[in-house]
Design a protein around this ligand. Structure first.
Ligand SMILES: Nc1ccn([C@@H]2O[C@H](COP(=O)(O)OP(=O)(O)OP(=O)(O)O)[C@@H](O)[C@H]2O)c(=O)n1
Ligand SMILES: O=P(O)(O)OC[C@@H](O)[C@@H](O)[C@@H](O)CO
Length: 442
């Protein structure tokens, strides 16, 4: 099948990652400033049998988005990888193309998978080798091989294996073993156990001099193609390349079982909930309610960055917050049940692409004095939130309302603020669409 080539990516220079220099163009190491052509092959042609669901695990949704899209998003942030080849089965080719289009992935080439993981990887390498006349990908010097179902890796993991591969011909990320490896006897009893400290778990990413791994696959026996699980072994067996093993970051694990999907969703939720922006009420004399809430939220969520902003006339400061990838907003409305402030924020979020990748939580907070008129009347006048929530959900924005008792009694105010902060923290942490349109009372 002709690979769907999605065009080239950025420059392909590689040099040590300097602190704070993230996403810049990388030259090679100090000793060899020449650029290094690096490409990546993502095997994604499996059926996910151990996941136990009909959908192949690479297409299972994590926080509303296919798992493979999370991996591609992480890989696309690495500007020095010039080509990304994703290997999928023919029957999933259209699914993959729609994922690329919907989530605006760039520079992705698609190649058809094989019956085994090694065969899929080999097909990806062939596309990069330019063996097929129709293929417009250029042969890289170093190729990263990374399972499409491993979304959590750091750029530093990639840097380490690529730099080591350049020197050793092959390199792979490893992690300490969690369980002890034992060898069973033919009767199914313990024959012996391995000394755990002497062994490591082979993870991904791995990297290879392209010529080494391509030669290894070309020499590879049918048995190894069919039953092998370790690319590093192929490089050793067929090209005598002794892979350099490098310590990988903690979250390099592969999504294999259903529990791994839950773990992946929990990790992503935690990562995108690290920032909260409180959009203050425009009425100057009331803005201190927002600062009160900011203080209580900071106390309630000490690991989260809570900032507050008074929207400027052209909304540019809100746009800046959006560009900084904040996915949680608290919109202040003081002593009013109307919703211009919230409506304006929702409009800006809908115009941005922020919620394409992750659900954005917006809590429309209304500070109302419970002693002034019946609470039921206040709630009635806030019912607009239900209709609005259904509308903005179509753009992956989760809107709900929260009433805080803006009491003249300091103790009641503080108690309501604390309860409000707990509710906001839960809404942001859980990011559960079941609560959209709900009106909560602190
Ligand atoms: N014929 C295959 C088999 C696997 N893979 C890919 O290799 C990676 C790691 O393999 P594994 O975790 O074993 O995936 P599956 O084979 O799908 O899982 P299972 O063994 O549970 O069926 C996955 O991204 C998978 O999609 C592939 O590209 N081609
Ligand atoms: O064996 P599986 O097909 O589940 O997954 C492949 C893994 O073995 C592989 O990703 C790492 O061990 C590194 O080679």
């Amino acid at each position: 099948m002709e690979p769907a080539v999605r065009g080239r990516r950025g420059s392909t220079e590689l040099r040590p990652l300097l602190s704070g220099e993230r996403g810049a163009q990388f030259g090679a190491s100090a000793s060899s400033p020449s650029a290094l052509a690096v490409a990546a092959v993502l095997p994604a042609g499996g059926c996910g049998e151990r996941m136990g669901v009909a959908t192949p695990k690479q297409f299972c949704r994590v926080l509303g988005r296919p798992l493979i899209s999370h991996t591609l998003q992480a890989l696309e942030r690495v500007c020095w990888i010039k080509d990304i080849v994703v290997v999928v089965t023919g029957e999933n080719m259209e699914t993959m193309k729609s994922i690329i289009q919907k989530y605006q992935h760039k520079g992705i080439s698609l190649v058809e998978a094989g019956a085994t993981r090694h065969r899929s990887i080999f097909n990806g390498l062939k596309a990069l080798a330019g063996d097929q006349a129709y293929c417009r990908l250029s042969r890289p010097e170093v190729v990263i091989i990374h399972d499409a179902v491993r979304p959590f890796f750091e750029e530093d993991d990639l840097l380490k294996v690529v730099r080591a591969a350049r020197e050793h011909g092959a390199a792979g990320a490893t992690r300490p073993l969690v369980s002890t490896v034992i060898s069973p006897s033919t009767e199914g009893c313990l024959d012996h156990s391995l000394e755990r400290a002497r062994y490591r778990a082979s993870e991904m990413p791995q990297a290879f001099l392209f010529d080494v791994i391509y030669e290894a696959y070309q020499q590879c026996s049918g048995y190894d193609l069919e039953f092998g699980t370790e690319c590093l072994q192929l490089a050793l067996k067929y090209c005598h390349a002794n892979a350099k093993l490098v310590e990988g970051s903690p979250d390099l694990w592969k999504v294999t079982y259903k529990r791994d999907l839950y773990a992946a969703e929990s990790i992503i939720k935690e990562r995108i909930s690290q920032k909260i922006c409180i959009v203050m009420d425009m009425k100057e004399e009331k803005e201190h309610a927002g600062y009160l809430l900011e203080t209580v939220l900071k106390n309630e969520l000490n690991h989260v960055k809570v900032t507050s902003v008074v929207p400027c006339h052209d909304g540019s400061n809100i746009q800046h917050i959006i560009l900084e990838q904040c996915y949680s907003f608290v919109c202040m409305n003081v002593m009013t049940t109307d919703f211009q402030n919230t409506q304006k924020l929702l409009g800006m979020l809908e115009e941005s692409n922020l919620s394409v990748l992750y659900p954005v939580v917006v809590v429309s907070v209304h500070f109302l004095d419970f002693e002034l008129g019946p609470l039921s009347q206040k709630m009635e006048s806030l019912m607009w939130i239900r209709k609005f929530a259904v509308e903005v959900k179509k753009r992956n924005i989760l809107l709900c309302g929260l009433i805080i008792n803006y009491s003249q009694d300091e103790q009641k105010l503080q108690e309501s603020l604390r309860q409000g902060a707990v509710i906001i923290a839960a809404l942001i942490k859980e990011r559960n669409s079941a609560l959209l349109g709900q009106l909560l009372v602190a």
